[in-house]
Design a protein around this ligand. Structure first.
Ligand code: FE
Length: 194
């Protein structure tokens, strides 16, 4: 899976059209692949990383030090990542991800990007007025919390490690995984307390 505007992306689209024309591939199959990336593979992989990082300090240290190595070592169904950086939210620091140029996104861990992520309005405004945009999206951060905006590219993708929800102390890694939303890993929402 690649960017729409990369040579690989253009080639992929051309091959898809050709295969559909020749009757070798149906649009339904393509839709099924997209659904897989949207609803199954992607966000679940990211949630696994987050839940494991919350549960295992050594894993978290490795993830923050070199997420590319950790993710590629896990052999996720979504494929390899070229360069992935994980940013950990703290009480005084919030992280949010954008691609100001187009729609670069960590497919292997988050699946397909949501429509708003590709919207020119989000891409330009989150950089200029992140606090306001986040508030509009439902995330009110107090003025003393610093907001860090990370601009993705074809070379570097980012994943946000959200704060572990209050009240989740007794949960297992598997239960924690269920709490982690896609949007919390982009950084446009926080996970609610239990
Ligand atoms: Fe992009």
């Amino acid at each position: 899976m690649t960017d729409h505007n990369s040579p690989q992306g253009i080639r992929a689209e051309a091959i898809e059209s050709l295969l559909i024309d020749k009757g070798l591939l149906s649009a339904e199959v393509v839709d099924a692949v997209i659904t897989t990336y949207t609803e199954r593979v992607g966000p679940m992989n990211g949630a696994k990383l987050v839940a494991k990082a919350w549960s295992d300090p050594a894993f978290k240290a490795d993830l923050l030090a070199d997420a590319t190595k950790v993710v590629n070592g896990l052999g996720f169904e979504g494929g390899q990542v070229d360069k992935l950086i994980v940013k950990e939210c703290g009480l005084m620091d919030h992280h949010v991800v954008v691609c100001t140029l187009c729609s670069c996104y960590p497919w292997a861990v988050l699946g397909l990007p949501p429509a708003w992520y590709k919207d020119p309005e989000y891409r330009s405004r989150i950089v200029r007025e992140p606090r306001k945009v986040l508030a509009e999206m439902g995330l009110e951060l107090s003025p003393e919390v610093r907001i860090h905006v990370w601009d993705s590219s074809a070379e570097v993708r980012y994943l946000v490690l959200p704060l572990r929800p209050d009240g989740s102390e007794a949960l297992s890694e598997g239960e924690l995984e269920q709490l982690v939303s896609r949007d919390s890993m982009i950084g446009v929402t926080k996970l609610p307390s239990l």
